[in-house]
Each structure stands twice: as C-alpha cells, then as structure tokens.
Ligand binder design. Structure first.
Ligand code: KG4
Ligand code: ZN
Length: 337
C-alpha cells in the first residue's frame, strides 16, 4: 500500500510517498527557513500563507519523484495536530479535497506519534520502548507499547528543549535556527567553561519532568556579565556549556525511565534528536538498543506521516471528512499523574 503523507504543522511544507510504512519513494521537504530567518522565529501567518502557495507544487513533486500517479496512492495521511493551526489547516484542507476527489481514505495523524514513528522507517524496532520526543514545541518522555499506545512519563513543565536552544541562540545572535547553530558552535567549545544552574533542581519537578526556563534565563543573563569582562564571551564555550546542561538533564531522565520500566530500547525523534552531543551520549548508553532517525527524518517531514498512516490504514482506522486541526496534543495516557 502506498500512502501520501502531508506535513504542514509548522514551517516545513513536506509531502512523501511511502510504501507499506517502510519504503520511502519520495520525501520532498520545502523549508521556509529563509523566509522566517529575518524574524528569528516562525511567523505563523507567513507560514500558513506560504504553505498555501507551496502545497500543490510540493505534492506534484512528491508524486513525480516517486514515479507514481495520484490514482496510484491508497490513502492520504495528513498531520492534524499539534502545531500552528493556520499551517495545519492548509495541509488538512488540501488532504481532504485530494482524498475526496480521488475517492481514497483520509488518515489524520498526530505529529508527536509521527516523530516517534520516524525511526521505524529505517529500523525494525520491537515494542515496548522508551520514546523521547524533543522538538521546538515538545519535550516528552514516554513508554510506547504500540504505534498508538503511548503513556507519557514526563514532559517539560515550561519551555520545550528546542525552544530553549532557539531562544539562547536568538539572544546571543548565534544564527537561526538556533539548535543547529548551537550544535555547530559547541563542537569547538569547552563545556566546562560555564557552570549554569542544574535545571533538574527546579521546584515542582517530578521524576521524569524537565524544565528549561531557568537554564535558558541563566544563560541569557550571562550575556549582561560579559559587558564587564570582554574577552570571556567565547560563543563556543557558551554554546557547549548550555548544550551540556540541557542534554545531560534529558539523559538523566531517560536513564531513569529505562531502568524504572525495565526496558532496554530507546527511540528518539524530533529536531533536537539531530543534536550531535545528544546522539553521542545516547549512543553510549550501556545495554540499551538506541534508535535515532537519520538527520532528515528527525526534523519535520512527510515520510513519518505517510509511514504511520499506513498502520492506521491497515487497521482500517480512517478519519471523517469533518476532522479538524488542533494546536495541542491529545489522547496520550498519562502514566504518572
Ligand atoms: O521537530 P522539529 O523540526 O519541529 C517541531 O516540531 O518543533 O524541531 C525543530 C527544533 C528547533 O527548536 C531546532 O532548533 C531544533 O529542533 N534543532 C536542534 C538541532 N537541529 C534542530 N537542536 C539541537 N541540535 C540540533 N542539531
Ligand atoms: Zn516536529
């Protein structure tokens, strides 16, 4: 079965054709990075207007790269949550019309579940596993028993991990998008140069929750202190010290989740899963099979949507034509309230 996957939840306009949840025939990712760069962040209205212009050509390109006609697809999967509602609505409305015209089933897909599925496109992964979604909008540690059975163990209580990377980079003028800029800078820096407060000491945290707001503020406040000590402000050291504090916290939580659940499999997804320090630390985890999607499949893409869509289609789980777009996650069981 070949599924067309449409992803427009934020600033990537991406469409893919994936067969049987595994074989990627095409995965076109049209990024709006340069459009949003002058604003140092995604401007929601510009994002949705750009999707409106790009969606047709991106779909056409995905079909032509896959060398398949639109009649040859078996279903249309589309992200309908969570994300920027205006952006989601462009993909969703397009998908509804496309599926209706082609008389094919429509499958609405949750973006978080799709990020978790990304690694399944490249590896055969058994359940259960500990899932870690770290993106610009979400930081979720969960136990995954099936592609649709996910129990949340911990989340961020304030900023998402990627959001902290983006905000630190914005204040220091490291470049946009911030996560990648910090990753590159940090490789030449000394991660012990600055001691930032341990984010896990944040009040109110519970066993698997994380907090990034305090760390982000401390790193940004450091900028003011450089005025008195010019020369100490090596961007590489700031980047490396911040990155270490942010990622070490995640790893501590993940290790605890793996050990408490008695699970020896970890699957990561989302933009921050592209971070090289994180990939190195997780890769070194003892007695644990670690699965990271390749870099293109970490960030937003249509292939993860098409891949997951296949499994719903196989179970005959499809969506009504009245299905809507939502900004928030839904339907995740909270394992530890
Ligand atoms: O999954 P994604 O493409 O979009 C969302 O669903 O949010 O993730 C984007 C986030 C941004 O915050 C970006 O700065 C971060 O992922 N990111 C990284 C890296 N590449 C992207 N963060 C740290 N290191 C990276 N190499
Ligand atoms: Zn995402």
């Amino acid at each position: 079965m070949k599924v067309l996957g449409i992803e427009t939840s934020c600033d990537e306009c991406s469409v893919a054709v994936v067969e049987n949840g595994k074989t990627i025939h095409s995965n076109v990712i049209a990024t709006q990075l340069s459009i949003h760069r002058p604003y140092n962040g995604v401007v929601p209205e510009i994002a949705s207007r750009t999707h409106t212009e790009w969606i047709w050509p991106v779909v056409d390109r995905a079909l032509s790269e896959a060398d398949i006609s639109k009649e040859g697809i078996d279903g249309v999967a589309v992200t309908n949550r969570p994300g920027l509602v205006g952006s989601l609505l462009v993909g969703l409305s397009f998908a509804k019309a496309y599926a209706y015209t082609l008389k094919k089933p429509l499958i609405a897909i949750d973006h978080i579940r799709a990020h978790l599925y990304a690694a399944h496109l490249e590896y055969d992964i058994e359940y259960p596993y500990i899932g870690l979604i770290v993106s610009g909008g979400h930081t979720i540690i969960c136990r995954v028993d099936d592609f649709d059975t996910i129990a949340v163990l911990g989340t961020t209580i304030d900023d998402a991990c990627g959001e902290a990377f983006d905000k630190v980079a914005k204040h220091y003028g490291f470049g946009y998008p911030g996560g990648l800029a910090i990753d590159r800078l940090a490789r030449g820096g000394d991660s012990g140069a600055f001691k930032f407060p341990d984010p896990s000491l944040h009040k109110g945290e519970h066993a698997y929750d994380v907090s990034y707001s305090g760390l982000k503020t401390a790193v940004i406040n450091q900028l003011g202190q450089f005025k008195n000590k010019p020369g100490d402000d090596r961007p590489e050291d700031i980047a490396a010290s911040f990155e270490k504090a942010a990622i070490d916290l995640l790893m501590r939580r993940v290790k605890k989740a793996l050990s408490d659940e008695g699970i020896s499999r970890l699957v990561a997804g989302g933009g921050v899963a592209a971070n090289s320090y994180f990939r190195k630390l997780a890769g070194d985890l003892r007695k644990t099979d670690v699965y990271f999607p390749s870099l293109t499949l970490c960030t937003d893409n249509g292939a993860m949507v098409a891949g997951l869509g296949y499994h719903y289609l196989k179970r005959d789980i499809t969506s009504e034509r009245t299905v809507n777009a939502f900004s928030r996650v839904e339907g995740f069981k909270k394992k530890y309230p």
